[in-house]
Design a protein around this ligand. Structure first.
Ligand code: C5P
Length: 227
C-alpha cells in the first residue's frame, strides 16, 4: 500500500539546533510517529566501530547498514536487541556519524529504512536532508536554526545534565567543524529546501518553537484539527 498520502513534517537544521526536541514534542502533540534520522547515522557509526569496520570503508559500511538490527522504541534505540543508551549520544559518536554521512552509498543504504517510518497517522522527522532528499513531498518543511554559540551552550547543558563530561570551547569548535562538513559535502548537504519555513530559535523557548510548528502544520493541512 502506498504511504505517500501519509502526512510528514520534515524538520532540518544544523547540529544542536534543538530540532530533535522540537520534532519529538510535535510528534507527541499530534500522536504521530517520530524518526530521529541522525540516530541512524550515529547507530551505524557505533556499530561499525564495534565490528572493527573503518569509517571510510564504504562497502563494509553499506553491508553493515543492510544487516543492522536496529529498533526504535519509546525514545530508546536498540542495537542487536540491546539499548544503545548514551553510547550513540556522545560528541565522538556525532563526529563519527558525520564522517560516514559523507559517503553516498551509505546514505543510499539508509534511505529506504527512513522512508519506512512513514506510517499512519503521520510522521515527524528531523535531520539534515529530510525535506530535500528523503521526504521531498512532506506536507510541512521547517528549517530550524540557532546561532552557533547558543547551540554550543545547549549541547553543553544537555551533556552536563546527563552527567557526561563536557568542555564548552571544545563543543563550539566541534560544532563549527560539523556545520562545515554537513554543509559542504557533495551528497545531500545541509541546506534549506526552497519550500521550507525558516524557524530561528536563538531567542525562542522550545515550547514557542513547538507551538509555531503546530500552527504552521494546521495552516498547511486545513483538514487537520487546529491545536
Ligand atoms: O542530528 P545528529 O547530530 O544526531 O546527526 C549526527 C550526524 O549525522 C550529523 O552531523 C550529520 O552529518 C549526519 N546526518 C545526516 N543526515 C541526516 C541526519 C544526520 O547526514 N538526515
Amino acid at each position: 500500500m502506498s504511504t505517500s498520502n501519509v502526512p510528514v513534517i520534515a524538520i532540518d537544521g544544523p547540529s544542536a539546533s534543538g530540532k530533535g526536541t522540537v520534532a519529538a514534542r510535535v510528534a507527541q502533540a499530534l500522536g504521530f510517529h517520530y524518526l530521529d534520522s541522525g540516530a541512524l547515522y550515529r547507530a551505524l557509526a557505533h556499530a561499525a566501530s564495534q565490528a572493527g569496520i573503518a569509517l571510510d570503508d564504504e562497502p563494509g559500511l553499506v553491508a553493515l547498514a543492510q544487516r543492522l538490527d536496529l529498533r526504535f522504541e519509546a525514545g530508546e534505540i536498540y542495537l542487536a536487541g540491546a539499548p544503545s543508551g548514551d553510547a550513540i549520544r556522545s560528541e565522538e559518536a556525532g563526529r563519527a556519524a558525520s564522517r560516514i554521512a559523507t559517503l553516498p552509498a551509505v546514505r543510499q543504504a539508509l534511505l529506504e529504512r527512513q522512508r519506512a517510518f512513514r506510517q499512519p497517522p503521520g510522521l515527524v522527522t528531523d535531520g539534515r536532508d529530510m525535506g530535500t532528499v528523503v521526504f521531498p513531498d512532506a506536507q510541512l518543511k521547517v528549517y530550524l536554526v540557532a546561532g552557533v554559540e547558543e547551540r554550543a551552550r545547549r549541547r553543553y547543558n544537555q551533556l552536563i545534565e546527563k552527567g557526561i563530561d563536557a568542555n564548552l570551547e571544545q563543543i563550539l569548535q566541534d560544532l563549527r567543524e560539523r556545520d562545515a562538513r554537513d554543509a559542504n559535502r557533495a551528497v545531500a548537504p545541509l541546506q534549506r529546501a526552497t519550500d521550507a519555513k525558516l524557524l530561528d530559535t536563538t531567542d525562542m523557548s522550545i515550547e514557542d518553537a513547538v507551538q509555531t510548528v503546530l500552527r504552521w502544520f494546521g495552516e498547511a493541512s486545513p483538514h487537520e484539527p487546529r491545536r
